[in-house]
Ligand binder design. Structure first.
Ligand SMILES: [Cu+2]
Length: 455
């Protein structure tokens, strides 16, 4: 067995303490089980997660930490019975899904402690790697941090017809990446202070699918990784330690019109990418464990055996259908994401108010939204703009045509201070109240969120 290492660096932030070479690995990569079929059941429960540092009290769906991968096809009816077996209220939001407002799982759809919720909705969108997580007003960050998150994969006829890796857990592997702050007692409590609200609750150890430095043993061949930045506020640059190149085939909401060959991905919280990567003889060279800078983490080791599995061509172009945003008369709106002081985050000068609808728009309409990160002096505080119910099209980034990684469907976009994105959004089929917010969860919980009514 020879190894290559898969690692990330957390850019922008200097974690207080790093666990480096001294800590032992966490065994084989856990792969969340699949939950599929006509009647899906999720139970929110308490648990414990054991890591090399110690044991943490956690929350999970149907288990101790994280949740199963929900897998449905376009055209299916999602019928999901959720029981809340913990002693506090929460919600479950379907991030990236096109859903009726009453089943969106935002802050208005509280599942009370001991209660239940049964959203039923049709899957009306293309193949994508989405996810689900709580969205309780003021407590999203804590609930996600403690473990409530899972992937939600949608297939469609087109994705099923493609000759790419699709054997879940074998050559099509989900990677939920989350940093956690291990305290002196070896557990990861959520206990943010002022700077954590400002910069986000940044960790000192990184988990993949809830494991610390797991290993993944593979045959030679082509693999598909579905990567989710499931962290609270950390922005990741994901690379392979041997600068291994890979092909990006999908962004947040589905396939890219032109796939992208690269050796790194920058991902803000909530964003997803799907990649194809070939492990060949060349990849079996011995690679040094590479910790960049002092704020890098080796997060996972991939061991390729001598055995050969299946190789697949990497497609150059894929199907991405989106609404036409070229009409001159589309409604335009501006969203200024602003840091107004310590822990004071606003959108268009306002903090989230559960009792205020910030604006209304017409059902079955396209609009063009300009989203800006208004910086605050010298502090470059990033924001990650997320809109519910829609997959948007990035029309421009800082006045330029978007790069190829932004040419596909997206629901979350990273903006550093001073950056501006113009996005085309469309709202079809449903009416009701949806959210838009910063997906740095400490910012969201501090009020960097608003709500709009589709009517
Ligand atoms: Cu933010």
């Amino acid at each position: 067995m020879k190894s290559i290492h898969f690692f990330i660096s957390i850019i922008l932030f200097i974690p207080g303490m790093l666990f480096g070479n001294g800590s032992s690995a966490g065994g084989q990569l856990p792969v969340p089980p699949v939950l599929e079929g006509k009647e899906l059941k999720l139970d929110i429960r308490q648990g414990e997660l054991e890591l090399p540092f110690g044991t943490s009290k956690t929350l999970g769906f149907n288990g101790s930490y994280l949740g199963p991968t929900i897998r449905l096809s376009s055209g299916d009816l999602a019928d999901i019975s959720i029981t809340n077996s913990i002693s506090e209220n929460t919600t479950v939001h379907w991030h990236g899904l096109h859903v009726p407002a009453e089943f969106d799982g935002g802050p208005h759809q509280i599942i009370p402690a001991g209660g239940s919720w049964n959203p039923v909705f049709a899957i009306k969108q293309s193949a994508a790697t989405l996810w689900y997580h709580p969205h309780l007003m003021g407590q999203t960050a804590e609930h996600v941090y403690r473990g409530l998150a899972g992937m939600f994969i949608i297939d469609d006829d087109y994705s099923k017809s493609l000759d790419i890796p699709k054997d879940y857990g074998m050559n099509d592997i989900p990677l939920i990446i989350q940093d956690r702050r291990i305290g002196r007692d070896g557990s990861f409590e959520y206990n943010p202070g002022g700077p954590d609200i400002m910069m986000g609750y940044i960790g000192n150890a990184v988990l993949v699918n809830g494991a610390y430095k797991p290993e993944l043993d593979l045959k030679k061949g082509t693999y598909r990784f579905r990567i989710l930045n499931g962290s609270n506020s950390s922005i990741y640059r994901v690379t392979f330690s041997d600068k291994h190149r890979f092909t990006v085939i999908a962004s947040d909401g589905g396939f890219l019109p032109k796939t992208v060959q690269t050796d790194q991905l920058v991902m803000s919280p909530g964003e997803r990418y799907e990649i194809l990567i070939d492990f060949t003889k060349k990849a079996e060279t011995k690679i040094a464990l590479d910790i960049m800078g002092g704020n890098s983490h080796e997060i996972m080791t991939i061991n390729t055996s001598r055995e050969t599995g299946s190789y697949f061509e990497h497609p150059a172009a894929l199907k991405y259908d989106h609404p036409d945003y070229s009409a001159k008369n589309l409604t335009k709106r501006v969203f200024n994401m602003e840091t107004r002081g310590m822990g004071v985050f606003t959108i268009n000068g306002q903090k989230m108010n559960m009792d205020r609808i910030n604006f209304s728009l017409n059902q079955n309409s396209e609009e063009i939204w300009t989203v800006r990160n208004i910086g605050m002096g010298m502090m470059n505080i990033p924001h990650s703009f997320h809109v519910h119910d829609t997959q948007f099209t990035v029309l421009s980034l800082n006045g330029q045509p978007p790069g190829p990684l932004y040419a596909g469907p997206k629901d979350t976009i990273l903006l550093f201070a001073g950056e501006t994105a113009e996005i085309g959004v469309s709202f079809r089929d449903y009416t009701g109240v949806y959210m838009y917010h910063c997906h740095l969860l400490e910012h969201e919980d501090s009020g960097m969120m608003g709500q709009f009514m589709v009517e």
